[in-house]
Every structure is written in C-alpha cells, then in structure tokens.
Design a protein around this ligand. Structure first.
Ligand code: HEC
Ligand code: HEC
Ligand code: HEC
Ligand code: HEC
Ligand code: HEC
Length: 338
C-alpha cells in the first residue's frame, strides 16, 4: 500500500527553511520519524520549492539545473525576444503552471509567481488536483514524502507536446509525429533523456536501481549532442560534385526558430556554394530528409570540402533584438580528393 502521509515532506520543507543540516541528513537518510516532530510548514507556492525536491532527488536536480528548462525564463534571449516579458503570449511555456492543470499535451497556463525558476520539477510532475504533493511519473514508486501516480504518458511524446507542440516556431512534436520516429512511436525521451541505472531518490539507498532519464535534456545547447544532428557527404557523379546533407534528428532540422544550419562548399579553397536552412527561411529539413546539391566541376579541380555549421541567435550589441551569432558549431565536415 502507498504511504499517504505527507508530513515527512512538510518537515523537510521546514528543515530546509531553517537550514538545519543535521535534521536534513536525519530525514534525508530515511529516518523520517525525527523529522515529523518539526511543525508542518506549507510552502507559499509549490513552484518555489525546487530545493525541497533537491534534498532527496539530488542527482536529478543537479542535471536539471544544467538544462535549458532551468533557463527558460532567465535566458537573455528570451528576455529580449519577449520584449522584457511584455509579450504575454510568450509566457505560458517559459513560466508554465503545472501541465497536469490543463492536461498532458495541452498548452499550459502561465503561472503567477516564481517565474524565474522556469520549467521546474513541479511543472512537469505535480498532480494539479491534489492538495498534497502527489507526483506523476513512469513508475509504481513508493515515497514517504509524497504520493506517486504511475502515469504511462511520461514515457511518451505527449508529455513534451504540452510545450513543444503548439507554437510553429518551437513545434518539434508535429514534425516528429509526421516523420519516421513518430510513425514508430520512438519517443522524444529516447533521444533527449537517455537512461542510466540509478536510484530515483539518492536518499533511498536500499531501493532497487531503476532506469532514470537524464534531466539535463541534451539538445542543441550540448555541443557533443548537437553533432549527432546531421551529416554531410561528398561524391562525384557525371563530372559534378554532389553534396548530400542528411537530417538525423527526430524532427525537422534545425529543430526550432532562432537557429540556422549553413552548408559551405569549397573547391581548392575557393567557396563555390553556401546554403542556409532555418525556420526563418521556411526551409527546415524534415525528419530523415536528405537534400543534395550539385556543383559542376572545372577541369583540374583537385580537392572539395563541405562543412555544416549550426549558428544560434544571440542578443545584439545594443540589447534590443536577436542576431545570428558569428560563432557556430561545426556539426560535420567532409573532404574529397577529386
Ligand atoms: C524526503 C525525500 C523526497 C522529497 C523531498 C521528494 N521526493 Fe520524490 N521520491 C522520493 C522517493 C523515496 C521516491 C521513490 C523512490 C523509489 O521508489 O526508488 C520518489 C519518487 C519520485 C518520483 C517518481 C514517481 C513515479 O511514479 O515514477 C517523482 C516524479 C518524484 N519523486 C518527484 C519529486 C518532486 C517533483 C519533488 C519536489 C516537489 C520530490 N519528488 C520531493 C523521495 C522524495
Ligand atoms: C507553446 C509554448 C511556447 C510559447 C507560447 C513560446 N515559446 Fe519560446 N520556446 C518554446 C520551446 C519549447 C522552446 C525550445 C525549443 C526551441 O528552441 O525550438 C523555446 C525557445 C525559445 C527561445 C530560444 C532560447 C535560446 O536562445 O536557446 C526563444 C528566444 C524564445 N523561445 C522566445 C519566445 C518568444 C519571444 C515567444 C513569444 C512570441 C515565445 N518564445 C513563446 C516554447 C514556447
Ligand atoms: C512545461 C513546458 C515544457 C515541457 C512539458 C517540456 N519542455 Fe522542453 N523546453 C521548454 C522550453 C520553454 C524550452 C526552452 C528553454 C530556453 O532555451 O529558453 C525547452 C527546451 C528544451 C530542450 C533544449 C533545447 C536546446 O536548445 O538545447 C530540449 C532538448 C527539450 N526542451 C526537450 C523536452 C522533452 C524531451 C520534453 C518531454 C519529456 C520536454 N522538453 C517537455 C518547455 C517545456
Ligand atoms: C520538462 C519536464 C520535466 C521536468 C522539468 C522534470 N522532469 Fe522528471 N521526468 C520527466 C519525464 C518525461 C520522466 C520520464 C522519463 C522516462 O520515462 O525516461 C521523468 C522522470 C522522473 C523520475 C523517475 C525516474 C525516471 O527518470 O524515469 C523522477 C524521480 C523525476 N523525474 C524527478 C524529477 C525532479 C526531482 C525534477 C526537478 C529537479 C524533475 N523530475 C524535472 C519530465 C520532467
Ligand atoms: C532520433 C533522436 C531524436 C528524437 C526522437 C527527438 N529529437 Fe529532438 N533533437 C535531436 C537532435 C540530434 C537535436 C539537435 C539538432 C537541432 O537542434 O536541430 C534535437 C534538437 C531538439 C531541440 C532543440 C531545438 C533547437 O532549436 O534548439 C528540442 C527542443 C527538441 N529536440 C525536442 C524534441 C521533442 C519534443 C521530441 C519529441 C516530439 C524530440 N525532440 C525527438 C534528436 C531527437
């Protein structure tokens, strides 16, 4: 039977509030009984309580902090692009209320306070109908701190669609669904939350290890991960150089607005072609799509190269808008002796 008692959790909230480290160790170590002696303190809002989750889910919290979800409000690009948060239509996904409030896959509402914490644990996991802390997740788990609800949607793309499936600029869900990964129900998590065997809560050392998804959500902000997005290959066919760029991401490439993928082609050090793909140019590559470009070769040409570089938009010098950065990440490069 599940443990319905949430006093343990409130006690942790209280001991975090008074920064009582001994008690924190005591209750964190599973000896929750001493902790329940502390007066219960109801947090003013669930959304400011990320530190409480961290007291037991330390590893997951540390990963989340490096994710873009933790930056969704604080990021300078968002501040500037939303005109200092004045564009109200921009706020719901960047400072969302619990996704369970509007229902998985529906766009969330904007929340009242604690906006700078961005897309928090509570946004994704908290049950919106319960007055107690009750967490939706993929497992039938047993926690002394909060009830859990086993919810299969957490292993599907639907949970991501809440924010990644409504705005054309940031709509990975729809292009995923139409592409080969969506057709085979190969979810976003398989690529963006790679799993490792670990404890769900670092404090519960006696519990069995389970598959835990990486909450740093590697994506285009992770250079190594970004390099898996596409390939560029060269060959010669009927006297022409053929450059093939293949999208290997789970959705269109580049995956969202404010990014440009540039293909630079040169022969013997002289640039012979440059192509740009972006949401802004309305020419993102579909999932699995390969584009081929032909360049007629002159006699005597000896070496060809092609480079695929990914550029993000950054805040411009006066701080009034976004511009494409001068510095990009080379995703793939290829050369061929002719
Ligand atoms: C006092 C420790 C403690 C605190 C504080 C805590 N949790 Fe947990 N949580 C646990 C334990 C223990 C489990 C189950 C571990 C197991 O079964 O291996 C768990 C499980 C979970 C699960 C998995 C649920 C499932 O069904 O798959 C989620 C999600 C979760 N917690 C989220 C949170 C969030 C969000 C917070 C902060 C609001 C939080 N927890 C605060 C101890 C805690
Ligand atoms: C329906 C949800 C949703 C709404 C509404 C929304 N965004 Fe976003 N936004 C996202 C998601 C999801 C991402 C991450 C995916 C991506 O980069 O394509 C994102 C990423 C961004 C980024 C890129 C951050 C970076 O530099 O890496 C900026 C800037 C941004 N949004 C600005 C805005 C502005 C301005 C508006 C209002 C005009 C807005 N967003 C409205 C969901 C949303
Ligand atoms: C409640 C809204 C919300 C939900 C749910 C959500 N995201 Fe996000 N996600 C965002 C926003 C907003 C951003 C953009 C943050 C920024 O860069 O400003 C983002 C950014 C990302 C990025 C980083 C992109 C980059 O630039 O590197 C990845 C990857 C990502 N989300 C994957 C997922 C996956 C996978 C799921 C489902 C398991 C998911 N997200 C669920 C709102 C959400
Ligand atoms: C953007 C949404 C999102 C955010 C933010 C988020 N999670 Fe999760 N979490 C998920 C999804 C989706 C899964 C299921 C992953 C899977 O099936 O591989 C999950 C799984 C879990 C699990 C069960 C282990 C696992 O990986 O399956 C725990 C525990 C958990 N999260 C805790 C947290 C805590 C604590 C935070 C904040 C530090 C947090 N989550 C932030 C979406 C989120
Ligand atoms: C086969 C692996 C794979 C699958 C499945 C996948 N992605 Fe991605 N995703 C990538 C790669 C690789 C990138 C980096 C390339 C890029 O940013 O365009 C990426 C980039 C992103 C970004 C960053 C886009 C940007 O503009 O910075 C977001 C957000 C994202 N994915 C969300 C999702 C969501 C939501 C799903 C499910 C609907 C999903 N991804 C499914 C591989 C995958």
């Amino acid at each position: 039977m599940r443990h319905r008692d949430t006093r343990g959790l409130r006690a942790v909230v209280a001991c975090v509030a008074v920064a009582c480290t001994t008690l924190l160790v005591a209750c964190g170590g599973g000896a929750g009984n001493e902790a329940t002696q502390v007066a219960a303190v109801q947090p003013p809002s669930l959304h400011d309580d990320i530190e409480t989750c961290a007291s037991c889910h330390e590893t997951i919290h540390a990963a989340w902090q490096t994710s873009r979800h933790a930056q969704s409000w604080k990021s300078e690009t968002f501040r500037v692009a939303s005109d200092n948060y004045r564009k109200e239509e921009c706020l719901p996904c960047h400072a969302p209320d619990m996704i369970q409030k509007t229902g998985v896959a529906n766009e969330p509402l904007v929340r009242d306070g604690y906006r700078s914490d961005g897309v928090t644990c509570i946004v994704c996991h908290q049950d919106a109908l319960s007055e107690e802390w009750k967490m939706h997740g993929p497992y039938a788990a047993d926690s002394p701190a909060h009830e859990t609800v086993q919810d299969d949607s957490y292993s599907t793309a639907a949970v991501c669609a809440s924010c990644h499936g409504h705005d054309a600029e940031f709509n990975q869900y729809h292009s995923w669904k139409e592409g080969m990964y969506g057709q085979q129900d190969f979810p976003c998590q398989a690529c963006h939350m790679p799993q490792m065997e670990a404890l769900l809560a670092d404090t519960e050392v006696d519990k069995p290890l389970r598959w835990v998804g990486d909450h740093s959500f590697p994506g285009s902000h992770d250079e190594e991960y970004l390099k898996t997005a596409a390939t560029v290959k060269l060959k010669v066919e009927d006297g022409a150089l053929v450059v093939a760029v293949q999208n290997q991401a789970g959705h269109f490439f580049p995956g969202g607005a404010f990014r440009t993928a540039v293909v630079d082609i040169s022969v013997d050090g002289v640039e012979v072609g440059r192509l740009e793909y972006s949401f802004e140019n309305e020419n993102q590559l579909e999932s699995g799509e390969t584009v081929t470009l032909r360049h007629e070769l002159m006699d005597g040409a000896s070496e060809a190269t092609a480079r695929l570089t990914y550029y993000k938009y950054v805040v411009n010098e006066p701080g009034t808008g976004l511009v494409q950065s001068d510095v990009g990440t080379v995703i793939d490069e290829s050369s061929l002796t002719l």
